[in-house]
Design a protein. Structure first.
Lengths: 293, 210
């Protein structure tokens, strides 16, 4: 979602500062899983606001519909039937981009300005700069971005950056009938989440907690989980997500160093040539063959 | 000089054409691949019609390169088997680089440096093909788990960088050793050149005489 933005703190494949004269407070979308009834109003609101329409799918015998994120479905409800110490529980999680503080997609992206991070924490794709390589998918610790077959661009939740930029809350927050999704400054949302955790603990959910994983520097979409000790139970929410050693190696210091090494190699070859001279046929051998001609 | 019947045939027309096909595709692969390697090189994507075209073309050019390199590999693999003399040659390589090749053991059609380069390039090429398939998002990546794709991305970048370094070395060696570029362009070399740089091959070709 492109906007004329003056509050960009990070821009993919860019080594100089981005326009960041304007500062905005960090925002967070807090999803209280314990309040979610799985109505999918957020999915509908997302498509309404962003004007995306997914293909009509088929019933897979479960509530998940569509069964996965797509280039048109930037958020989906994931339903899990899980046995806990309390018996059978139905854990419903609204899945979508977590808007990491340290975004793996942005780190992996080779196209300048195709992925940006605003000072409010939102990680946004600027599809007009996207080249369709899919490196963001490789870099994402949450398996979120989806490559469109129609235009070979990658799409994901924008956290309604266009709405937030003009002081509105994201569409999914606006529509949520139970108040399971709330939106505000990071400070306020953490306070609210802590209150919710206290409440859940008082109701017997001893392991209730906030999902704000440190491995990616924290996220700008957070969950309140009744079983924060086992996030995997919520349809595979990763316990300790991080960009990971492979992506760090791939996108870290190794490449500038390799560039330097190649440059030194070329310079070294040139210096060898001007100091040692070319490798030519020796006079002796030349003479040997000259006589014969 | 061109029509001197005493010149020795070093590379056949097919070998030359195929070598240059590999060379051209390599240059295109290096320039387009570097766009995804580091932001520094991204402007090179303009040579290919922008970032999207670069992303589309890179793997297809890679397929052409894989085939032409594959033919070269098949043609030259037996000529590049390292012999004890070659290892001895490697032990003297510093003297040669320093400008004194009088003590060099006799090299065959390819010297030990060329042979080692051949095997290193072949290893890089194999890694690039395998990892390239895994990260070819449009057609193949969906077949593989993300952990493997991440690993392949690292392998592809590393093997690509090493291959560029090896080719810089290859090109420099050709510039340094006078007349060897002509050999790959026109196919024939002077006998004096052959005796100087590849004495064992010279003997094979001439039966030891002049």
């Amino acid at each position: 979602m492109a906007l004329q933005s003056l509050d960009i703190i990070r821009r993919s494949a860019t080594t100089t500062p981005s326009p960041n004269q304007r500062q905005t407070p960090e925002v967070v979308k807090l999803i209280d899983v314990s309040k979610c009834i799985g109505c999918k109003a957020c999915q509908v609101a997302c498509m309404e606001w962003n004007d995306t329409r997914d293909a009509i799918g088929t019933n897979h015998g479960v509530y998940d519909n569509p069964t996965d994120l797509t280039e048109n479905s930037w958020t989906v409800m994931r339903y899990a039937e899980v046995k806990t110490e309390r018996g059978l529980e139905w854990l419903i999680r609204k899945d979508g981009c977590m808007h990491c503080t340290d975004p793996g997609c942005l780190k992996a992206c080779p196209a300048p300005g195709a992925i940006v991070q605003y000072s409010n924490g939102i990680v946004d794709f600027h599809e007009e700069n996207c080249i369709g390589c899919g490196y963001c998918i490789t870099g994402c610790p949450f398996n979120i971005p989806r490559l469109s077959k129609k235009d070979s661009k990658v799409y994901k939740c924008t956290l309604c950056s266009d709405r937030v930029a003009v002081g509105l809350e994201p569409a999914c927050v606006k529509t949520c009938p139970t108040g399971a999704i709330v939106f505000g400054t990071k400070e306020d949302m953490l306070l609210h989440a802590e209150e919710r955790v206290v409440e859940l603990k008082s109701r017997g959910f001893d392991k209730a907690g906030i999902y704000n994983p440190a491995g990616v520097g924290g996220t700008h979409v957070m969950y309140v989980l009744h079983h924060a000790d086992r996030p995997e139970a919520y349809n595979g929410l990763p316990k300790n997500p991080s960009i990971g050693a492979m992506v760090d190696l791939w996108k870290g210091a190794a490449k500038p160093l390799a560039s330097l090494a190649l440059g030194v190699g070329v310079l070294g070859a040139f210096l060898h040539y001007v100091t040692k001279g070319p490798n030519e046929v020796s006079e002796e051998i030349e003479k040997e063959f000259k006589d014969e001609k | 000089m061109k029509n001197d019947p005493k010149e020795l045939l070093r590379y056949t027309p097919f070998e030359r054409a195929n070598h240059w096909l590999t060379a051209i595709t390599f240059i295109l692969m290096a320039l387009s691949g570097l766009c995804f390697f580091e932001p520094l090189y991204y402007p090179l994507s303009q040579l290919f019609g922008g970032g999207v075209w670069t992303r589309i073309l890179h793997p297809f050019i890679g397929v052409v390169m894989a085939v032409s390199f594959g033919i070269e590999f098949f043609n030259y693999r037996q000529l590049n088997v390292m012999t004890p003399t070659d290892w001895e040659w490697m032990r003297h390589v510093r003297e040669m680089v320093g400008g004194d090749d009088r003590n060099m053991p006799e090299a065959g059609k390819f010297n030990a440096g060329q042979k080692l380069l051949f095997w290193l390039l072949a290893a890089c090429m194999a890694l690039l093909i395998l990892s390239g398939i895994v990260i070819w998002r449009a057609y193949f990546s969906f077949l593989f788990p993300v952990a493997l794709i991440r690993f392949a991305a690292v392998v592809h970048a590393a093997a690509g960088a090493i291959m560029i370094a090896l080719i810089i070395f290859h090109i420099y060696a050709a510039i340094w050793t006078k007349e060897s570029i002509g050999a790959m362009l026109y196919g024939r070399v002077r006998r004096a050149w052959a005796k100087q740089h590849h004495p064992a091959w010279f003997r094979d070709m001439t039966g030891g005489g002049k």
